[in-house]
Each structure stands twice: as C-alpha cells, then as structure tokens.
Design a protein. Structure first.
Length: 125
C-alpha cells in the first residue's frame, strides 16, 4: 500500500532474486499471485520484479531449494518509515467504516518456527 504515501512501486527496492545453482525446479514460486516468475528451460526466472508485493516473501519461504532471497527487510522498513507509508496507510484505513486491520511483517528470522512449518508443508505437498 505504499501508493497511499505517493510512492510508486519501482521506487521500492524489493523483489526476489533466484540463485539458479540452488534452484531444484520445484515450481512453487510459480504460484505467486502477482505472476512475478516465468518458467524458462526447466527453471524459474524473475520476470516482473516490480510486480512483487513489497514485503512479501512467500515464495522464498516455500522454495524447496532455498534459492530465492530478498533484500533485507530492515531496508524496506526504513524506506516505509522515511516515506511515512505506515502513517498514511493508517490514516487512510481509519476513514473506512467497519474495517479492523493490522500491519503484519513476517521475516525469515522469526523465532516461532513459522519458516520451518511452511517448509514442512511445502515438502509434504
């Protein structure tokens, strides 16, 4: 939702990078709801990086080869803070009657075993 703060998506340094040496061609990243990836020669490639939702790391969390990485989440948080994105999203949401919301940020350093649980689910699928 950074557009609430007048920020365009290309201004945000966020999106996946694939280490082709680690890619095991599982194809889970192709489930991306924003269609960020293409399948080329039996491997996934990042085709539309700026279509990735800023802060989303689902593909990286589910990647069986652990081949997908992202810029540091702290850099994104700093960008949001410096550009007052959270403040403006909160103000916009408060104008919508009947909505209850919260900001959720999940990263690969979580201590609640979320990453391990997602990997187990992906491996069993």
């Amino acid at each position: 939702m950074p557009w609430f703060a007048g920020v365009t998506r290309p201004e945000i340094d966020w999106g996946p990078t694939i280490d082709s040496k680690k890619c095991v061609s599982c194809g889970l990243c192709l489930n991306c709801g924003k269609d960020v990836f293409d399948w080329v020669d039996g491997k996934s490639v990042v085709a539309r990086r700026d279509d990735c939702v800023a802060g989303c790391m689902t593909c990286g969390n589910l990647c069986q080869g652990r081949a997908i990485s992202f810029p540091p989440l702290d850099d994104l948080r700093k960008f949001y803070r410096d550009h007052h994105v959270w403040k403006q999203v909160k103000a916009a949401m408060q104008t919508l009657p009947g909505y209850d919301y919260e900001h959720l940020f999940i990263d690969n350093a979580s201590k609640d075993k979320t990453v391990e649980i997602l990997r187990e689910l992906a491996a069993a699928d």
